[in-house]
Design a protein around this ligand. Sequence first.
Ligand code: ATP
Ligand code: MG
Length: 409
Amino acid sequence: MFEGLTLQQFCALDCNRNMVVTSGPGAGKTRILSHRFCFILLTDYTVAIPQILTLTFTEKASEEMKARIYEMLLSMERKIGKDGDDFLLKRVREARERFHKNRISTIHSFCADLLREHPVEAGIDPGYAIIHGTRHRNILEESIASAISSLWKGDKELLMPLLHSFGGRNNLIRAIRNAIDHPITFQRIMATRDRLFGIKGWADQVFRDYCSYIRDKDVIPYFEGLKCQGNGKYEAEELKALFNNWQGMAEKDKETSGIPHLFRNLRRISDEKGPLKRFPAVRYGMRKISYPDLVDEFYPDLFYPQSPDVIFENELNLFLKVAKGCIDQYRMEKEKINALDFSDLEARSYSFLAGLYENGDADLLRRIQQRYRYIMVDEFQDTNRIQWDIIKMLCSRKDYGGRDILHPG
Ligand SMILES: Nc1ncnc2c1ncn2[C@@H]1O[C@H](COP(=O)(O)OP(=O)(O)OP(=O)(O)O)[C@@H](O)[C@H]1O
Ligand SMILES: [Mg+2]
């Protein structure tokens, strides 16, 4: 029955283990998945068709997989019919007859079903329509355009710095669309922003971290390389003296490790020597580092007249404000027609399951989990973080230390 498989493909059928199959394009991963579906039916007599959840990347792929597996069941039925194993024949025939109950679908269809089955718990109106394709794009674009134009009418000055730093309207719109397409990530960014910017003196902390980063990544390696050079040239000696002096400073200045002081001196020397008479680079392991390059790289950030971190804070806040305006507008448009898009399906399913998983109704979560004895995902490399979190919550539990453990299968 499985004789058409290579040895490696055959080994990947072992359904008692959680496994990931990786191989080049066209090597037979999807084929393994279909065979594994049949293999599970033949080796685990306690499992029913709807208990094998199989997620594909597109609707087309799920239709193809259904057709392929149905064909395989038919062919198995014919073969077993000839061999005369009555028990197995009954099992395969039943599987084929109940095949319409299969749960082979895209993750979005899976989420749509999950939400429709638990509208109250998931907090949605079960009569919702799913918008996708051109209709989705049109509503989205119109919402963004209308939100931006009312912001523009209200306060041009608000948008100007953003348009400037994004390099134009189209780039800004692309970034907003991205935020809308990843609502959970967007929420996380908002939460991180609130946490970070809520810390008093966060910009000073970032500056201190930046100084230690420069010290470890470049200054110390450069100094080590310089010490090994020892060619006695005047310039090398001058630099060594400067770095020795810095070492003393670094010990006293716990805040910034004397990095601004060092870079002021390096800048002075590189200015004096001029760009053509650059000091040759020192070697450190595989790297070649020259001090004027260090100055060029870090000096602007260290001595920018206004702290880049504060500029970043202002622009991030501005962007989040504009994106939030667009998201609200888009949400209103969807509410008018009681519609959810693919991102909503994912985000709502994620929030619903996360609520149950973290601290909610453990019985309901267990019932949902128990529906699926096996879960298989095709094109797993294209699964995004939220989708993976949804899948994990369908088949994990927390151990006593609060870590997630995947159930076998
Ligand atoms: N052992 C095999 N014997 C015969 N044909 C095979 C075998 N393994 C794979 N094939 C065939 O090779 C083709 C590609 O297989 P499949 O679609 O499963 O590959 P894949 O690894 O999923 O590809 P992709 O990376 O594009 O998703 C299919 O037509 C499949 O039937
Ligand atoms: Mg494939």
